[in-house]
Design a protein around this ligand. Structure first.
Ligand SMILES: C[S@@+](CC[C@H](N)C(=O)[O-])C[C@H]1O[C@@H](n2cnc3c(N)ncnc32)[C@H](O)[C@@H]1O
Length: 567
């Protein structure tokens, strides 16, 4: 296999986040932007020791998993919702198994294994997003052109392109109000032209349009980001936006000036064209003030699922001091404050910390404190010790030195919320090596159609088992313990062989001549009240509501469970 050569193959699986695996003549090739089961043509562009990397050229045959027609006219050019043609249940299964595989690997590597050599923890599958479409409360659109010297475009970058912009006036992951606002701004600057910003030349005016629309309250904040190279009067644009027939309500229109070289949405100066420079959203009955640059989960209804799950993992917090590290606008801290003695949030974005303090006052919570700064440094300044720690770091995970400081507190339990399973797996290896063990894991799909997934992990500190001293003399005679008896007792305490789904399937196939799906075994086990720890993932729950095993299969599964002495 040589660089530049073209091959064809079937995508066997996708590793997180977007790495399709194709095997050609026993060589593994990673090709991005594919779907499992697709037959693709690709060109080799990198050759490594153990694998090659290829660029997708063409999908030759669709995957059997592509059962839904694309809902968006920019698919697949945009690349934002790569999995939109897959059944939603299959998207969930794929994300759950990607996370499980990564965590299994990390746990095995760091020694948290069961007697069979498998990773020992409870993997509880994945919660779906309450909305499959229209779930995002924030979108950053860029100005540009969709081809060299083409008309002004406003939207998202074409897949794998740094320059070409697709006008996303049909995007289905946001509310239709976003589209109306995008079209209004694009029409305005088509009528009253201004040059878009060209990053290589550092020339032009129009950079980004950042729209935030609260899912629950319907409040909208529109932010136009430009350079200061031109100074047009924008009051006409603000008037047009105010007159739009929207379902939500614009509470602020901001003009953000950004002259930095970096292609990020940032502010050197913010001018209010209309209303306020914030908006409100509600999560789990609490109210949150959100400013343009403070982090807030982009799927508000999904955030309710995420925080409820984290809350259930955290458990009883009465009389506890909790550290909410990487606290954003203080959502988690405020959800925990009513059931804790005290919560301390640490967040690097000052604007988010100010909003978090205001939010706590708004929600009548007086036992929260928010500190602005880098977790790495702030932990040295806090005198109090936590009883429980919640970690919700950015995508790259926790700085190794900050992680050491967090571990040094030695709290009994922690909850780690992660938006990137690869950095989570890396941090878990360190936590396990330093005495923590992963107890429970569940994912939440906050980003349907996309490659992303959120994961919640409950960790506990592994204390040595309690010990008792017993004086025993071995040998024959009164008050002496026979060595044989010890061996017998040891045999009785030996853990029973774990019966796997594979063993049950093989037994049934050999005896009855048909195959049974893991989901069916899981369903029968669940109906009999058997523990589900070893279920590969709880997505099986999701499948179960659509497919049900026949009576014949239920009987075969029960027979297998009896055979293996599970019932
Ligand atoms: C994934 S967000 C979580 C926010 C919050 N827990 C929530 O659910 O809304 C991560 C947050 O960490 C903040 N952050 C990033 N690096 C940080 C650091 N070194 N120290 C403190 N906060 C940091 C980001 O600004 C962001 O608000």
């Amino acid at each position: 296999m040589k660089k530049g050569e073209i091959y064809e193959g079937i995508v066997e699986k996708i590793d997180f986040p977007n790495k399709g695996l194709v095997c050609v003549d026993g060589i593994r090739v990673i090709v991005k932007n594919a779907i499992p089961g697709q037959k693709i043509r690709f060109r080799i562009h990198k050759k490594r020791k153990d694998r090659c990397e290829g660029i997708l050229l063409e999908v030759l045959e669709n995957s059997p998993m592509e059962v839904c027609p694309p809902v968006c006219k920019n698919f697949p050019a945009c690349g934002g919702c790569m999995y939109q043609t897959m059944d939603y249940g299959d998207q969930l299964s794929m994300k759950a198994s990607q996370v499980k595989e990564l965590l299994d690997g990390a746990l095995k590597k760091s020694g948290q294994v069961d007697s069979q050599g498998g990773a020992e923890y409870i993997f509880e599958g994945i919660c779906p997003s309450p909305l499959q479409w229209g779930y995002r409360n924030k979108m950053e659109f860029s100005f540009g052109d969709s081809y060299k010297d083409g008309p002004l475009a406003l939207g998202l970058h074409k897949k794998a392109s740094t320059y070409d912009i697709l006008t996303t006036d049909d995007c289905k992951i946001v509310h239709s109000d976003f589209t109306k606002i995008l079209k209004c701004v694009l029409d305005y600057f088509t009528l009253y032209p201004q040059p878009f910003y060209r990053k290589m030349q550092h020339e032009g005016y129009l950079r980004h349009l950042l729209v935030r629309r609260a899912q629950v309250t319907g409040e909208i904040l529109v932010n136009l980001v430009t350079t200061s190279q031109v100074q047009p009067d924008l009051s006409g644009l603000a008037d047009k936006l105010k007159k739009l027939p929207l379902e939500g309500r614009i509470t602020g229109i901001l003009h953000i000036i950004n002259d930095s070289l970096a292609d990020v949405v940032a502010s050197d100066e913010t001018r209010i064209l209309f209303g306020n420079d914030y908006f409100y959203e509600e999560i789990l009955g609490l109210k949150f003030k959100i400013t343009p640059f403070s982090f807030f989960q982009t799927n508000s209804l999904g955030a309710e699922v995420l925080y409820s799950l984290a809350r259930s993992y955290i458990g009883d917090t009465k009389d506890m001091t909790i550290f909410d590290l990487y606290s954003g606008t203080g959502t988690i801290a405020q959800i925990l404050a009513p059931v804790a003695r005290r919560v301390i949030g640490v967040e690097i974005v000052e604007e988010a910390v100010i909003a978090a303090r205001e939010n706590a006052a708004l929600n009548h919570l007086d036992n929260c404190q928010f500190i602005a700064g880098d977790v790495l440094k702030v932990l040295d300044m806090i005198k109090e010790k936590p009883d429980f720690i919640v970690l919700d770091p950015p995508r790259d995970g926790i700085h190794p030195k900050a992680l050491e400081k967090i571990i040094d507190y030695g709290v009994d339990r922690m909850v780690y919320i992660s938006c990137k399973p690869t950095s989570l797996a890396r941090d878990l290896e360190v936590l396990i090596a330093r005495g923590y063990r992963v107890e429970r894991v569940k994912c939440v799909d906050m980003f349907p159609g996309s490659v992303h997934v959120e994961t919640v992990v409950l960790l506990s500190y592994k204390k040595p088992d309690s010990t008792i001293s017993v004086k025993v003399e071995f040998g024959e005679g009164e008050s002496k313990v026979l060595l044989d008896n010890i061996a017998k007792r040891a045999e009785a305490y030996k853990p029973k062989e774990r019966v796997t789904y594979k063993m049950i399937k093989e037994y049934i196939e050999a005896k009855y001549g048909f195959k049974v799906h893991t989901a069916y075994i899981a369903e029968v086990k669940r109906s009999l009240g058997l523990p589900m720890y070893d279920a590969p993932n709880a997505v099986e729950e999701l499948k179960q509501s659509r497919k049900r095993p026949t009576a014949e299969k239920v009987e075969a599964i029960k027979d297998a469970l009896k055979h293996f002495k599970m019932i």
